[in-house]
Ligand binder design. Structure first.
Ligand code: ADP
Ligand code: MG
Length: 606
C-alpha cells in the first residue's frame, strides 16, 4: 500500500498532512496549508479554498461555506442553477486538497484517513465516507478529531521529549517509548468554526478514548453572529434600516465580525469600521468600538456551554479534574484568550501545553494513516462509540415505549453486541425493530437511524428475538435480528441519510450468519421479562389517547389494563390472554366503525 494521507475536513478550514520519515508534515496547500472549506462559482469556474473564500463576502449567493454542518442530511445546495448534495461539495474540497497536494508532492493521492468530530452521528460519518468516494479516494478510516489531535500530541511528545508543538518539525532526540512518563489522562477541547468536541483520553502506548461529548452546533460562526447582531442593531438605530434578511449585507458583516473576533484574540479592543455594507438602496456604513471584555460577556453563554460539556466528559470518564494530566486546545477558536483562561481555572496552566490548534488534527490523521500502512506502529488507536445505540421496546410495566440500550456510549469499537428480547403475544405476527441513537430512555428524545420489521413464525408469547448490533471502525451500524428457534432473520441496511425511505424496504430474509471478521466476540445478555413489541397494545393505547372521555373509553382502558396484566402473568393464574385479546380487539373494531360513521356523517353534511 502507498502512502495514506491524513485529512482534517473541517467546517471552516481543511488541512492535509502526510508522514515523511516518521514525522507528520502539513502540505502547504493555499500557502500555509490551512484551506478554507469554501466552494464558489466564478462564471463557469468552480473555485475551492482560499480563492473561493475571497469571493465569499462579495458573492454569498454563489458561495457555499460550512457544508459540514449539512453532512448526513438530505438538504440540497444550489450553485449556478445546479443542485448538489452536501457530499458533492465536500468531495470538491477533498479533490481540491488532493490535487493541490499532488502538485506540491508530485505524488498521486489515493488513500486517505479523514477526521470527523467525535460527536458525529452514524449518518454524518457515512456521508463523510461517501464524499471521499465521490472524490475518487479510498477512505481507509474515519477517525475522531480529538483522537487525532491527541495522537499527534503523543507522537511529538514521544518523539522529541519536549512538546514544542508550535512547530511539528522541531528537532530533538527521540527517546524510546518506554521513557515516556507513563499513563496519564488528557482532555482534548476542540472549538472550531461550527462544532465543539471534548474528549477524555488515556495517553500512553495505547491511546484510548474514555469519553467524548460535545455539540455539533456550536462554533466560531455563532460567536461571529453575536457581533453581526450587534452591528445590525446599530445600523437599525442609526439609519432605520433592517438588514437582517439582506443576504449580501449579512455576508459582508460576517466577514467583518470574524475579522474583529480574530483581532480581539490579540488586542483588548477593536474598531469596527465598514463603509461598504450593501443595502437595498446603496451602501451603508458602520463605525463602532468593541472591547474584548464586551465580546467576552456577549458570548459567555457559549463558553459556559463548552465548560459544561467538559465537566460532563470528565464525569463520563469518571475522572476528577486533578486526574487530567494534559489539556489540549484544538480549533481556531481556542486562540480566544478567555477559553484558555476558563480552562486554567479548572486545570491550572501547567497542564496546558501549546499545541498548534490548526494543524494537530490533520497531523494526527497522517499518523493514523502511517499506522494503517505499517509505517509507524508505535501507537494503536482505540476508539469508542459516540452515542448509545438502542432498540425501541415496550417497558416492563407496559406503560410506555422506551429505548433498550444494546451498545452503550463509549464502548470500544469495533464491537458486536446482542440482546435478547421477547415477543408479547401468542402468535405475534411481526416485531417492529427501530434503531435509535442517543442517551435518553425515551425514543422521542433520541434519533431514529433505521427501522425494519421481522416477520415472525407462529410461536408462544415471550418467544426470544435476538437483536445484534455491530459498530465498525468507521462508526457505522449494522443490525441483525433473529427469531430464535425459527431461523427467521432480518438484516438492516441503514441508508441513514434517509431513514424514512429505509423503513419502506421492509423485510429481508438472509441465510446463514453474517460475517464478523474483525469484530470482538459476541456477547449475549438475556433479558428478564418480556421487553418487546405488541401491536395490539400500541394501537389500543393510541386509540385511547384520541377518544373523548366517557364510558366507552373507560371500558377500553379497563380491558387494555386487564390484557396487559394478563400478558405479564403469561396465563399463570388462570388468565386467558387470547380471550381478553379478542375482547379488546372487538372493542377496538367497534370504535373504528363508530369513527368511520362519524367521518361519513361529516362528509354528508359538507
Ligand atoms: P473547523 O475545525 O471547524 O474547520 P477551525 O479549527 O479552522 O475550524 O477554526 C475556525 C474558527 O476559528 C473560525 O470561527 C475562526 O474565525 C476562528 N479563529 C481562527 N483564528 C482565530 C483567532 N486568532 N482568534 C479567534 N478565533 C479564531
Ligand atoms: Mg477542526
Amino acid at each position: 500500500m502507498g502512502k495514506i494521507y491524513g485529512i482534517d475536513l473541517g467546517t471552516t478550514n481543511s488541512c492535509i498532512s502526510v508522514l515523511q520519515e516518521g514525522r507528520p508534515h502539513i502540505i502547504p496547500v493555499d500557502g500555509n496549508g490551512i484551506v478554507p472549506s469554501v466552494v464558489s462559482l466564478d462564471g463557469t469556474n468552480l473555485l475551492v479554498g482560499r480563492k473561493a473564500w475571497n469571493r465569499a463576502a462579495a458573492f454569498p449567493e454563489q458561495t457555499i461555506r460550512s457544508v459540514k454542518r449539512l453532512m448526513g442530511t438530505m438538504e440540497k445546495l444550489t450553485l449556478g442553477g445546479k443542485e448538489y448534495e452536501p457530499e458533492d461539495i465536500s468531495a470538491m474540497i477533498l479533490r481540491y486538497l488532493c490535487d493541490e497536494a499532488h502538485k506540491i508532492e508530485g505524488r498521486e493521492i489515493e488513500n486517505v484517513v479523514i477526521t470527523v468530530p467525535a460527536y458525529f452521528s452514524d449518518a454524518q460519518r457515512r456521508a463523510t465516507m461517501e464524499a471521499g468516494k465521490r472524490a475518487g479516494l479510498a477512505v481507509e478510516r474515519i477517525i475522531n478529531e480529538p483522537t487525532a489531535a491527541a495522537l499527534f500530541y503523543d507522537h511529538v511528545f514521544a518523539s522529541y521529549g519536549e512538546p514544542d508543538l508550535k512547530n511539528s518539525s522541531a528537532k530533538g532526540s527521540r527517546p524510546a517509548p518506554s521513557q515516556r512518563t507513563g499513563e496519564e489522562y488528557a482532555l482534548v477541547y476542540d472549538l472550531g468554526g461550527g462544532t465543539f468536541d471534548v474528549s477524555v483520553l488515556r495517553m500512553g502506548e495505547i491511546i484510548e478514548v474514555l469519553a467524548s461529548t460535545g455539540d455539533t452546533h456550536l462554533g466560531g460562526d455563532d460567536f461571529d453572529k453575536r457581533i453581526v447582531t450587534r452591528i445590525l442593531r446599530q445600523i437599525k438605530e442609526k439609519d432605520g434600516l433592517d438588514l437582517e434578511d439582506h443576504v449580501p449585507a449579512v455576508a459582508r458583516l460576517n466577514a467583518v465580525a470574524e475579522k474583529a473576533k480574530i483581532s480581539l484574540s490579540e488586542k483588548a479592543s477593536v474598531r469596527i469600521e465598514e463603509t461598504h455594507i450593501p443595502a437595498p438602496k446603496g451602501n451603508c456604513t458602520v463605525s463602532m468600538e468593541l472591547s474584548r471584555e464586551e465580546f467576552e460577556s456577549m458570548t459567555e453563554d457559549f463558553v459556559d456551554r463548552t465548560v459544561a460539556s467538559v465537566e460532563k466528559a470528565m464525569e463520563e470518564a469518571q475522572l476528577s479534574a486533578e486526574k487530567i494530566g494534559k489539556v489540549l486546545l484544538v480549533g481556531g477558536m481556542t486562540r480566544m484568550p478567555v477559553i484558555a483562561a476558563r480552562l486554567e481555572k479548572i486545570f491550572g496552566s501547567a497542564r496546558m501545553p501549546v499545541v498548534d490548534p490548526d494543524l494537530s488534527v490533520a497531523n494526527g490523521a497522517a499518523i493514523q494513516g502511517g499506522i494503517i500502512s505499517g509505517e509507524n506502529c508505535e501507537q494503536i488507536l482505540v476508539d469508542v462509540t459516540p452515542h448509545t445505540l438502542s432498540l425501541e421496546s415496550i417497558s416492563f410495566d407496559f406503560e410506555r415505549l422506551e429505548c433498550a440500550p444494546i451498545i452503550p456510549r463509549n464502548t470500544q469499537i469495533p464491537v458486536t453486541r446482542a440482546r435478547t428480547f421477547g415477543t408479547v403475544s401468542y402468535h405475534q405476527k411481526a416485531a417492529e425493530l427501530k434503531v435509535y441513537q442517543g442517551e435518553s430512555h425515551f425514543p422521542e428524545d433520541n434519533t431514529l437511524i433505521g427501522e425494519t420489521y421481522l416477520e415472525l413464525a407462529p410461536a408462544e408469547a415471550h418467544c426470544p428475538i435476538v437483536v445484534e448490533y455491530s459498530y465498525d471502525l468507521n462508526g457505522i451500524v449494522h443490525m441483525v435480528a433473529e427469531q430464535k428457534g425459527y431461523s427467521r432473520k432480518t438484516e438492516v441496511r441503514i441508508d441513514s441519510r434517509n431513514p424514512q425511505l429505509f423503513s419502506s424496504q421492509g423485510l429481508k430474509e438472509i441465510e446463514g450468519d453474517t460475517e464478523n471478521e474483525d469484530e470482538e466476540e459476541i456477547e449475549v445478555e438475556v433479558e428478564e421479562g418480556a421487553n418487546a413489541i405488541n401491536f395490539v397494545t400500541q394501537h389500543a393505547r393510541n386509540m385511547l389517547s384520541k377518544m373523548p372521555a366517557g364510558e366507552k373509553k373507560d371500558v377500553l382502558a379497563e380491558t387494555l389494563a386487564r390484557y396487559e396484566r394478563a400478558l405479564l402473568d403469561d396465563g399463570d393464574d388462570g388468565n386467558n390472554v387470547d380471550e381478553i385479546e379478542d375482547e379488546l380487539l372487538s372493542l377496538m373494531e367497534e370504535e373504528i366503525e363508530v369513527a368511520d360513521e362519524d367521518a361519513d356523517d361529516n362528509a354528508d353534511e359538507e
